[in-house]
Ligand binder design. Structure first.
Ligand code: ATP
Length: 513
């Protein structure tokens, strides 16, 4: 645990040092849970967004993209249920004055018991060696069985409390199972209260005329209210999807863990409109399709897992998360929800406008059902960075930190170095850069030794470094060095474009989908 905590700290420091992520308005000591993406971070973020957009919109004839406003008519949030139900149960510790999400405290407690069980199983596996049968052990070992029973009982009680909004019982459970404040160790808790996560502000210049509006807590509603506009103008036939990326805002109770939970963040959402009755088929389809997208990055398969929701949101009839093994453990990266006709039905009710689809196949009209995929761009960024961050001991005894970012996502694709700042080498380097920069983001560097320049490029995940030396002027060849293997090869300048393209092109990744 502490090792991972150290690793997480290193990643955060690395992100700052190399221009990926800065605390927002840092010169004023920052603003909690708000971050700015720097010169390399914004590049990586845009590339992730592009990968998602292409996978969704470009590769699906029946999915189109939109870009809705952040501000929406306030009735939107009444209809969607956010005004009444977008709450989290919060609890304060009276001694440490720290605030927590009550359900998260319980979830973390459960995670600890799960880890204990896994440790027990691991120990037994070592003891019994080849003859170990995990299934038999799990179903017969008394300590494992007791812990499993405890997990089931607590999960079930949590689910019921959340479903019935039974905040008193939630508090009682926290006390009964003896959850202590992770910071102070104190068990002196306040009551559990509901807290609405939407930010509000005022629209209008004169106080009396101003009306309260909200910063959207999700991008999905911009899609729902435009469903008919898009369906009609795009002549879309069910099933079809609408995709969107954009900012969302939530006044999170506990916003920590770097960019994992922020108050201003970016979502990439797709709503897929289907015929009622077919939603669970499409739900399964999108579960698989989205997992495939994640795995196309080439990260180890065991880093991802599905997690079915204990508590279904007020709009869903099936829901799961794709979780990623972040430095702080497995956590939600993306949600896949079967939202029924809840949203469109409610918008019909509140707006008085019909939002039905006429199905020419069987001459019926209905409000479509919706399956949504919703991923946090910032969380995806954190997944990529934390999986890519690698500390390596080199053969020569030195160490390096290298970001093994999938090459097509790397913010800078090629760095070009003249060996010396003279003899026409800078000019030749610029010439090569002009050749490549139309297709790829290139960076020119002439300061420091080549070794130091390599290290700086490793630290931002640049797949290729090209060195221009005196021989280049004679025979039009350069040295190209690959990030992960550190292998260097002498190649002709006119081969460069093809070599780089082969490695950094997004096409091959898209073909896997
Ligand atoms: P959590 O349970 O972690 O609060 P959620 O279930 O409320 O998340 P959704 O409403 O399903 O999240 O939002 C979809 C996605 O948006 C999440 O999977 C996550 O990647 C991202 N997301 C949600 N809240 C935040 C946040 N505060 N900061 C960054 N990303 C977020």
């Amino acid at each position: 645990m502490s090792n991972n905590a150290d690793l997480f700290k290193k990643i955060i420091a690395h992100c700052k040092e190399y221009g990926f992520v800065f605390p927002s308005s840092e010169i004023y000591d920052g603003l909690s849970a708000t971050y700015d993406y720097g010169q390399n971070g914004s590049g990586l973020k845009n590339n992730i967004k592009d990968f998602w957009w292409k996978a969704m919109v470009q590769l699906h004839e029946n999915i189109v993209g939109i870009d809705a406003a952040i501000f929406m008519h306030p009735t939107t949030w009444k209809a969607s249920g956010h005004l009444d139900a977008f709450n989290d149960p919060l609890i304060d510790n009276k001694d440490s004055k720290k605030r927590y999400r009550a359900d998260v405290l319980v979830e973390e407690y459960l995670e600890k018991i799960r880890a204990k069980v896994d440790k027990e199983v691991g120990k037994a596996a070592k003891r019994f060696g080849d003859s170990f049968d995990e299934q038999v052990f799990r179903s017969t070992n008394q300590r494992v069985l007791d812990n499993e029973q405890k997990i089931t009982a607590i999960s079930e009680r949590l689910r019921k409390d959340l479903e019935n909004n039974d905040l008193d019982d939630l508090k009682a459970m926290i006390e009964e199972i003896g959850i202590a404040d992770p910071v102070s160790g104190s068990k002196n808790w306040t009551e559990v209260r509901q807290f609405n996560l939407m930010f509000d502000t005022e629209l209008g210049s004169v106080a009396e005329d101003a009306s309260k509006i909200y910063l959207r807590p999700e991008t999905a509603q911009g899609i729902f209210v435009n469903y008919l506009n898009v369906q009609k103008t795009g002549r879309m036939k069910i099933p079809f999807g609408i995709a969107q990326t954009g900012k969302a805002f939530r006044n999170e109770i506990v916003a920590r863990q770097f960019i994992f939970r922020m108050r201003e963040f970016e979502q990439m959402e797709m709503q897929y409109f289907v015929k009622p009755g077919e939603e669970l088929k499409w739900y399964e389809y999108w579960k698989e399709a989205r997992m495939k997208w994640h795995k196309a990055l080439g990260f180890p398969a065991e880093k991802f897992r599905f997690h079915d929701h204990l508590k279904l949101a007020h709009y869903a009839n099936a829901a799961c998360d794709i979780e990623f093994d972040f430095p702080m453990g497995f956590k939600e990266l993306e949600g896949i929800h079967s939202r029924t006709d809840f949203d469109l039905g409610k918008h019909e009710e509140y707006s008085g406008k019909k939002l039905q689809y006429f199905d020419p196949e069987d001459n019926t009209s209905y409000v479509p059902y919706v399956v949504e995929t919703s991923i946090g761009l910032d969380r995806m960024f954190l997944a990529v960075i934390s999986q890519s961050y690698t500390e390596e001991k080199l053969d020569d005894g030195n160490e390096r930190v290298v970001l093994k970012i999938p090459p097509f996502l790397a913010p800078v694709k090629i760095a070009i170095f003249p060996l010396l700042k003279k003899d026409g080498l800078p000019e030749k380097s610029r010439e090569i850069m002009d050749l490549l920069k139309m297709d790829h983001h290139c960076l020119y560097e002439e300061k420091d030794t080549i070794g130091k320049r390599y290290r700086r490029m490793d630290a931002i995940g640049t797949p290729y470094c090209i060195t221009v030396d005196h021989q280049t002027l004679e025979d039009q060849t350069v040295t190209i060095r690959e990030r992960d293997s550190m292998e260097q090869e002498r190649v002709k300048i006119d081969q460069l474009a093809a070599i780089v393209h082969e490695k950094v092109s997004i096409n091959k990744v898209l073909q896997k989908l």
